[in-house]
Design a protein around this ligand. Structure first.
Ligand SMILES: [Zn+2]
Length: 72
């Protein structure tokens, strides 16, 4: 029996930056992770809770922490 998760992995995955692109198996198209990271960190620093949540979802909270440290 194939789990839903496995099935999802087998179909063409969409780029997680919401550009609508389809990746070749990764979470992002080349360069899109860096773009999204920069964008979300910027939003989170200006107090956007949703951006901070998204960073957490993607496992990028440490990037936010680093950016916060640089600001001080
Ligand atoms: Zn993308």
């Amino acid at each position: 029996m194939i789990s839903c998760l496995m099935k999802k992995r087998l179909t063409a995955p969409h780029c997680e930056c919401d550009c609508g692109g389809t990746t070749k198996g990764g979470r992002f198209l080349p360069g899109h992770d860096a773009k999204l990271k920069k964008y979300l960190v910027g939003l989170a620093l200006s107090g956007k809770k949703r951006a901070a949540n998204k960073l957490e979802q993607l496992g990028w909270t440490k990037h936010l922490a680093v950016a916060k440290q640089k600001r001080r």
